[in-house]
Design a protein around this ligand. Structure first.
Ligand SMILES: C[S@@+](CC[C@H](N)C(=O)[O-])C[C@H]1O[C@@H](n2cnc3c(N)ncnc32)[C@H](O)[C@@H]1O
Length: 398
């Protein structure tokens, strides 16, 4: 493919962005690097200055009436990570779910003249813009479809690769059915309040994870939307978030934080920079009533951005916190649990037990593996999350 436009300035900026992504270890694949050097990102976001078009930043394109972001041109490093995960080869037939134009053009570079790219978006504004910008940039052979991506694009199936660029809570049956056996789907899957881009291979009708990486995307609209429930526990200030499949009985009442606080420490020390995503999923895998606490209130230990791992019953809540460790660099903290309510101490003890098990057996391990089986199939042993179309199984090797 050849981009329609290019000049020294944009080529220099593209080269600098690519070098940055290679230097920070995001891009390893030479073909992905070549695609980043070729596709003129600025043509897909013509309303922003060139410096912003070639910064490693997301560019917001649309908000809904409530002010929530619903469409964006994704951050180059996330795009690159997902392309690396997808391992696209010349000749591949690729379906992208969630359009914008830029990633579809990168995919078109990677699939080459023998391959094909179809991109689908639920929003007509997005598909109209993507169609026009892809044409202008010289990628007029990318197929753009306006419909709910929950159902895939059956006319183009089977696909060698499906790349989902919108946060999903489930893997709809259509996506698995439209993937060829041995094919790969890369999907930002949201499980218990955290989003990971997971590369799954289709193995005998189910999916097995090959790699995972932290990411963030706008949320799926349409038939696949709304799998989370926010429950206020201190008016508008603090809430806990549960997934759709969790027992409603576990919801604590609004006001639970007004009960006296109990504090327990675990002796587990971590560096503040250490990502605790796996710890949170370990707690979710092992503790009934797991939820994510977010918000701020005086007297409540500040919670990390993205929320704190928590466990709740009807009248109690316990949540992950930390404190500075004396005589160590300031970045080291000890993990502990704050709790409120009559079950608080018990919940805190159970969380601390699991913190220690994670520290001993999983903290330096390979992390969780994921499998996806259609509802009706026999899922393997492990922590099961029941979605509308599938069971997501999380398993841990020590
Ligand atoms: C992060 S943007 C996609 C970015 C794009 N791939 C790029 O090249 O930068 C996510 C898109 O997903 C779309 N979307 C949300 N729900 C969808 C659904 N059910 N089916 C298809 N697209 C959907 C939104 O309209 C939004 O444009």
């Amino acid at each position: 493919m050849m981009p329609a436009l290019g000049n020294d300035r944009t080529e220099t900026l593209r080269d600098a962005l690519t070098r940055h992504l290679v230097a920070e270890g995001t891009i390893h694949d030479l073909d992905v690097a070549a695609a980043f050097r070729t596709v003129p990102r600025h043509l897909f976001i013509p309303h922003v200055p060139l410096e912003i078009a070639y910064a490693d930043d997301v560019v917001l394109m649309k908000r809904n009436q409530a002010g929530v972001a619903i469409s964006s041109v994704s951050q180059p490093s996330i795009v690159a990570l997902m392309l690396e995960q997808a391992e696209i080869r010349p000749g591949d037939r690729v379906l992208e779910i969630g359009s914008g134009g830029y990633n579809a053009a990168l995919l078109r570079e990677l699939t080459g003249p023998e391959g094909s790219v179809t991109t689908i978006d639920i929003d007509a504004d997005v598909t109209e813009r993507a169609r026009a910008l892809l044409d202008q940039a010289g990628y007029d052979d990318v197929r753009v479809v306006q419909a709910d991506g929950e159902y895939g694009v059956p006319e183009g199936a089977p696909y060698d690769r499906i790349v989902v660029t919108v946060t999903a809570w489930d893997v709809p049956t259509a996506w698995v059915d439209q993937l060829r056996p041995g094919g790969r789907i890369v999907v930002p899957l949201r499980v218990r309040g955290q989003t990971r881009s997971i590369a799954f291979d289709r193995v005998e009708g189910h999916l097995e994870s090959r790699s995972t990486t932290l990411c963030g995307f706008v949320c799926m609209q349409g038939a696949g939307a709304n799998y989370e429930r926010l429950v206020p526990i201190a008016g508008d200030e603090v809430s806990v978030c549960f997934d759709e499949d969790q027992e409603i009985d576990a919801h604590p009442f609004d006001g639970v934080l007004d009960q006296p606080r109990h504090q327990t420490w675990s002796s587990v020390v971590v560096n503040r920079e250490e990502p605790l995503l796996d710890l949170n999923l370990w707690l979710a895998s092992t503790l009934p009533g797991y939820c994510v606490l977010s918000g701020e209130r005086t007297g409540v230990t500040p919670t990390p951005r993205g929320g704190a791992a928590a466990v709740a019953t009807r009248d109690s809540v316990a949540y992950l916190t930390c404190r500075r460790v004396r005589r160590t660099p300031s970045s080291f903290v000890e993990l502990g649990i704050s709790s409120h309510g009559p079950d608080g101490r018990d919940l805190a003890d159970r969380m601390v037990d699991q913190l220690r098990i994670w520290d001993t057996h999983h903290r330096r391990g390979p992390g969780p593996a994921f499998q996806v089986h259609a509802v009706g199939d026999e899922p393997p042993p492990g922590f099961q999350i029941a979605r509308r179309h599938s069971y997501i199984t999380v398993s841990w090797a020590a």
